[in-house]
Design a protein around this ligand. Structure first.
Ligand code: ZN
Length: 504
């Protein structure tokens, strides 16, 4: 079993500065190596080495089987001999790793850096390249101070009580918030620079424990569907919902961010005070992220412990956040009409704030850890499909309400979508559930409010002898017969036309 544990480090000032220096050196090395690969490619391309030798057609740079493995060798060793005596060209990765001793001779300050951390910088670049070749990621980027913030140590890691040894960085204190379980060995340690200091994440492994057994489909008794939203963060197919606290888009935080951001702009560029003001904004962002992560872990644990199988929608989040297409004025070419982008901007911020993807990843991780089934379902038309008769139509949904135009089934639109997702997942995997939870018919605004999943059950405080203020008086009752009033409220929810025609 392979796990990741995170801790906050408490380095000395000397250790902190040394690590920051190493970060700068690592960043220079990764940029140099990337540039080297590109330059070598261009040289070889100019010499007339084409990708397809038969057709002599030039193809996409760097995906070419000949040219993708090119790097300048400082030692002159470009070929390697295998155990069987076959001579082959070295990969760019191994060429660049064998360059490191030469680098240390010409630039002696690199010998101060931990050698495993230095090697890992090169490995990181080539991992990025291999992901690019597979089509999983974009072309590797040049790094700057804001996106190169961590180094990975592969050896010389020891933990003793509240002290940790990280290669050449030496022993330092850390907040041992949860001890490494017995039997687990430390594989590597990644030290990351954040706004409020250094953090280490340990990769620990115990080979005697089997990795994440997954429950057999026959044993699945309960399943749940999840629909993510913005007004409520998560809608469960059993009818419960989780509020969206809007950590970075609520009024208070937005104001705080605006003020602190303005303080930066008013400071002289390049000054120490400007940097300090920048740090304050970074810390606030960090605080927001910490709060969000904490909630997401809680949701993930609660969800996974509740059921055997979890079905989620496979969202295309970057597609949802895309900009609106520009609208050109037909009468006056060169002018553009309003396309609603400024309205979309607010929605995009809310989507970013909800961070569905990171929540989804956490649920996936927890499900794997507990051996539960986690499956992504195609969300197409999930909010327009009737679970009773299967009727799909755009008119079925009216904002928060779902009313089937075919059979009259009604429910909360998002809860209904969660239910549809669950049914799709169950059908796809061929599960037979012994207890199938059916969604409750919920109409917002009437006495039947959807249940809130009680995440934070507070213990009832013991009597302290202090008299608490009495609860506020209940609101004025609706005059007349209570049953009649309820029906009236319920009908008005469906709009006047519908109430008059079908329900009265
Ligand atoms: Zn229907």
């Amino acid at each position: 079993m392979l796990l990741g544990y995170k801790y906050k480090l408490a380095p000395t000032r000397h250790q902190f500065n040394r690590f920051c220096n190493w970060l700068n050196m690592g960043r220079c090395l990764i940029n140099y190596s990337l540039n080297d690969m590109e330059a070598t490619y261009h040289v070889r391309f100019a010499q007339g080495e084409f990708c397809s030798l038969k057709t002599k057609a030039a193809s996409c740079p760097l995906t070419c089987p000949i040219n993708s493995n090119s790097a300048t060798s400082d030692t002159g060793e470009v070929y390697q001999t295998s155990n069987k005596g076959e001579v082959s060209r070295k990969s760019a990765k191994s060429i660049q790793i064998t360059n490191l001793p030469v680098l240390k001779e010409t630039r002696p300050w690199y010998s101060d850096m931990d050698s495993t951390a230095l090697q890992n910088v090169i490995e990181r670049l080539h991992d990025a390249f291999s992901r690019f070749y597979k089509g999983e990621a974009k072309y590797p980027k040049y790094k700057n101070r804001s996106n190169f913030k961590s180094l990975t140590f592969k050896s010389g890691i020891k933990v003793d009580g509240n002290r940790i040894k990280l290669g050449k960085l030496g022993w330092m204190r850390f907040h041992n918030s949860r001890p490494v379980p017995e039997g687990f060995k430390i594989k590597s340690a990644t030290v990351r620079l954040k706004a409020d200091g250094l953090y280490v994440s340990l990769k620990i492994e115990d080979k005697s424990i089997p990795a994440f057994p997954v429950i057999a489909p026959e044993e699945v008794k309960t399943a749940i569907g999840l629909d993510m939203g913005i007004t409520k963060l998560v809608h469960y197919s059993d009818g419960s919902q989780i509020n969206n606290p809007k950590f970075s888009t609520n009024k208070k935080t937005r104001r705080q961010l605006r003020i602190r951001q303005r303080r930066i702009n008013r400071k002289k560029k390049g000054s120490k005070n400007r940097r300090k003001a920048g740090n304050k904004v970074a810390r606030l962002h960090q605080k927001i992220t910490n709060k969000r992560e904490a909630l997401q872990w809680k949701i993930a644990v609660k969800t996974v412990k509740k059921v055997d199988a979890i079905f989620l929608e496979d969202l295309n989040i970057s597609g949802m956040k895309s900009r609106c297409k520009p609208k050109q004025d037909d009468n006056n070419k060169g002018r553009f009409l309003a396309n609603g982008q400024s309205r979309k901007k607010g929605l995009n911020r809310s989507i970013s704030d909800a961070s569905w993807y990171s929540l989804l990843k956490k649920i996936e991780y927890m499900a794997a850890k507990h051996g539960k089934i986690f499956h992504k379902v195609n969300p197409r038309y999930s909010s327009q499909t009737c679970p009773e008769c299967g009727h799909v139509h755009k008119d079925n949904r009216d904002k928060e309400k779902f009313i089937c135009t075919n059979c009259g089934y009604f429910a909360h639109a998002d809860l209904n979508a969660a239910n549809v997702l669950k049914q799709r997942g169950v059908d796809k995997l061929g599960l037979t559930l012994s207890c199938r939870v059916k969604i409750k018919k919920v109409v917002l605004g009437v006495s039947q409010k959807p249940e809130q999943l009680r995440l934070f059950e507070m213990p009832i405080p013991e009597s302290t002898g202090v008299r608490r203020r009495s609860a506020p008086r209940s609101k004025r009752k609706v005059p007349g017969n209570s049953e009649q009033a309820l029906v009236a409220v319920q009908l008005s929810l469906f709009g006047d036309n519908l109430a008059n025609t079908s329900l009265c």
